[in-house]
Design a protein around this ligand. Structure first.
Ligand code: GRF
Length: 189
């Protein structure tokens, strides 16, 4: 059984999509969600899905081994970041080498790095007059959005697209591809 934990700071639509995708899969289990945000929408989604959410603060996450120990004690095989906004501390990266996967709502290496998340990304893409955007799924290291790229998918943009239009097109790609890419990574493990 492959045991997965999902970190999310916000709405959690990707966490839900992944959980429902694997719901009937006998060899994959979404064990729990984790969040730094006690009011995150992902918590309610978890309640509805019967998946508990572990809430933690900055000190616990960045200055202790509590979260690493929890993931190890629960025998987690794969850690998914689905809209998690904090930098992953070295202890966690080292404890799960090539086992932490993030999704970024743009075509890295462009539009990545600290502060480039959610609407800020799509606003920058529109501002730059890009003709396409997309998603990047990558392994996580100690630096924001710099790990080895696993998968990218693109969507075409038109001049009338607003940041919200871009967000909608990108999220559609996320919901299609993220679960499938996770499934392919599990198959390779
Ligand atoms: C997604 O756009 C993802 O690419 C980014 O954060 C957002 C999370 O959205 N990392 P949701 O909380 O899964 O709806």
């Amino acid at each position: 059984m492959k045991r997965i934990a999902i970190f999310a700071s916000g709405s959690g639509s990707n966490a839900e999509r992944i959980s429902t995708y694997f719901a009937e899969n006998q060899s994959v289990s979404i064990e729990f969600f984790l969040s730094n945000n006690p009011t995150a929408g992902v918590i309610e989604r978890g309640r509805r899905l019967g998946i508990p959410t572990v809430i933690f603060d900055k000190k616990t996450f960045s200055k202790t081994d509590k979260i690493v120990n929890l993931l190890q004690n629960q025998e987690i095989d794969l850690v998914i970041l689905a809209g998690f906004l904090w930098l992953i501390p070295e202890n966690l990266v080292k404890a799960f080498p090539n086992k932490i996967i993030n999704i970024h709502p743009a075509l890295l290496p462009k539009y990545g790095g600290k502060g480039m998340w959610g609407h800020f990304v799509h606003e920058a893409v529109v501002e730059a007059g890009e003709k396409e955007s997309g998603i990047t799924i990558h392994y996580v290291n100690e630096h924001y959005d710099e790990g080895k790229v696993i998968f990218q998918a693109t969507c075409e943009l038109v001049p009338t697209d607003t940041p919200d239009d871009v967000a909608r097109k990108v999220q559609a790609l996320e919901h299609i591809h993220f679960p499938v890419v996770i499934e392919s990574i599990i198959a390779e493990q």
